[in-house]
Structure formats: structure tokens, C-alpha cells
Design a protein around this ligand. Sequence first.
Ligand SMILES: [Zn+2]
Length: 123
Amino acid sequence: MHELSIVTGIIDAVREAIKDRDIEAVEEVVVEIGELMFLSPDQMRFVYEALTENTPLQGSRLTIVISRARISCEKCGYEGEITVEEDPLYHYVMPIFSCPECGGSVRITGGRDCYLREVRVRV
Ligand SMILES: [Zn+2]
């Protein structure tokens, strides 16, 4: 499960950030995740809850912010958000990896990252 390795990485990063600090508890962890990571926030929260049990992060809230993918066109220079095509029959969203302006090939410049944005603690 993709979510498991991502959440493990988030927890490691938080523990690294709070070690050697005199804190009582972690209250909230805010992460930003690119939509092209195709992660399920529900699954992430589920995994987070399980993995933080009996750690300093136990009981903290995991807030997930999804950032839009960004593309830049190699042909016309268009830069912006990726276009998605939604299949109403299957409720499946498919990103389109071509330029909305000229149909040229694009480079993905954002939406595949995972950042730890904020850690709220009680001291
Ligand atoms: Zn273009």
C-alpha cells in the first residue's frame, strides 16, 4: 500500500522535528500532497492513526491538503493546472497530459510531491 510508506515518512519527519524539544503532545500535523500522488486521504488517516499509537503523535490530527498538479507546455509555453477529464459513468478522474492550449506535450512541474507543512504542538 502506497499510503503506508508515505505516512511512515511523514511520521518519521515529525518525530525528527520534535525530538530534543520539550513538548507535551502533538496536536495536528498538516501535510500537502500533490494530486498526482493518487493517495487516498481516508486511508492515510487510517494508517496514521494505527502507526501513531503509543508514540508522541498519538491522538494528533492529520490534516491533508491536496495541491493541484501543474504543467508547462514545451511548445507554446502554457503554464497552469492540469486538465482533468471526469468520466460520469465511473466517477473516475483522469488527468490529461497534454497542453489545453495547443495539445502539445507537457512537462509536469507540480503535483507529485509530499510536504510536511506544519506541526502543531502543545508545550
Ligand atoms: Zn501548448
